[in-house]
Ligand binder design. Sequence first.
Ligand SMILES: [Zn+2]
Length: 316
Amino acid sequence: MSLDDLIALSNKSMNPSKLHPVVLESTYALMETCYKEGIYIRITQGFRSMEEQATLYGKGRSNYIYNGKQYGNPKEKIVTNAQAGSSAHNFGYAVDFVLCSEDGKQVFWDVNSKWKRVIEIAKTLGFFSGIDFKTLYDPPHLEMLGGYTVSQIRNGAKPNLVSKVKNPIKVTPTTPPASIQSSSTTIKLGDKGSQVEKLQKDLNTLDYDTKGIDGVFGNGTNEAVRKFQQDNNLSVDGIVGSTTLEFIEKNLKLKEIVNMTNELKVSDATKNAIINLAKYGIMSQDYEITKDYELTLISMMNGLVKAIESGKLKTK
Ligand SMILES: [Zn+2]
């Protein structure tokens, strides 16, 4: 099978038009370099929607509600620690690969020397490998976040990725990922559409009654926004800009954490400790609660280390 065919096969699974152009270009370059060394790889995942991520996160968990829908699927094994919106895949900044036969038909999941060579090449292209993740060993995963965290990107940060590819392969024309297209415009009284509907859903989840979820920013939504801004010490203007959105995200995450923490089979003191850490934003990134107590603890400790490293938490 030619390189072009392997790329065509990979394009079917990675949603190339929604990947960041630099991620896409680097992925093709990775495939090309590997191909020249006689290592054949296929891309099994690229851009992944929130719903697809929720389905994955639900695996191995009895209860996971995203956007009002139950995604828990305890019969399966845990495959990811990333909830919907917390994976680089959701924003077009990650791909997963697997070794394959020359004709692309068979795939091989052994993390052998060839696999490690792929990661080595990927790193020279600027990818970070999931083999180095602290919370869940994820050898197929490659991501490029330009120094940001996924939660920063979710809150609107736009990584300025610089391609290290010298001679890019020209394949399909690409458009920037959804996260780049969505401009940081404000939402206000009189606005209509899916953005308003999402805002209404989020506010209701946080117990701010918008008097209906209809995608129309009317008086009910305006009141709910004002109440939310007041409760969060924001300027009360009823206009939803990036700061209000950021606080909504934070509150949603916190609510999720509280819900999941309450399910853990640990003492109330431990639950309080987890929730308090979450309130200080220490655990906002990489913070995952799973039924696996040890994974939860690892997550907490990593969150603390990151908080210390970022200067949020002072040590003596
Ligand atoms: Zn991945």
